[in-house]
Design a protein around this ligand. Structure first.
Ligand SMILES: [Zn+2]
Length: 101
């Protein structure tokens, strides 16, 4: 069984969505204004479609990794970033870091 057959035997594709990327000329970290403008353009041209949302990924400003925080871990307070020391240190030094202890 190859990887594709295994995937289809054990999983299914659900929650399909259309993703519109902000043009590279606008920039990877484009302002939300551009995303909202594009959403307005799509709504104008596609009738009877209500499932349109603006979404984004969150990354760490220090290391660029996907933003992931501790949740229900014993040794790490909830909300503390897991990606790098710099983000973790900033959390520890913030009010957020002291609230959990
Ligand atoms: Zn980081």
């Amino acid at each position: 069984m190859d990887r594709e057959k295994f995937l289809n035997a054990c999983s299914e594709q659900v929650n399909w969505r259309v993703i519109v990327s902000i043009p590279p000329a606008v920039g990877y970290r484009a302002a939300p204004d551009e995303a909202i403008r594009i959403m307005g353009e799509i709504k104008r041209h596609v009738d009877g479609f209500s499932g349109l949302v603006v979404d984004y990924d969150r990354i760490c400003k220090f290391c660029g990794a996907a933003w992931e925080v501790a949740d229900g871990m014993k040794a790490i307070p909830d909300g503390r970033p897991l990606c790098c020391e710099k983000a973790g240190k900033m959390f520890d030094e913030s009010a957020l870091g002291t609230l959990e202890r």
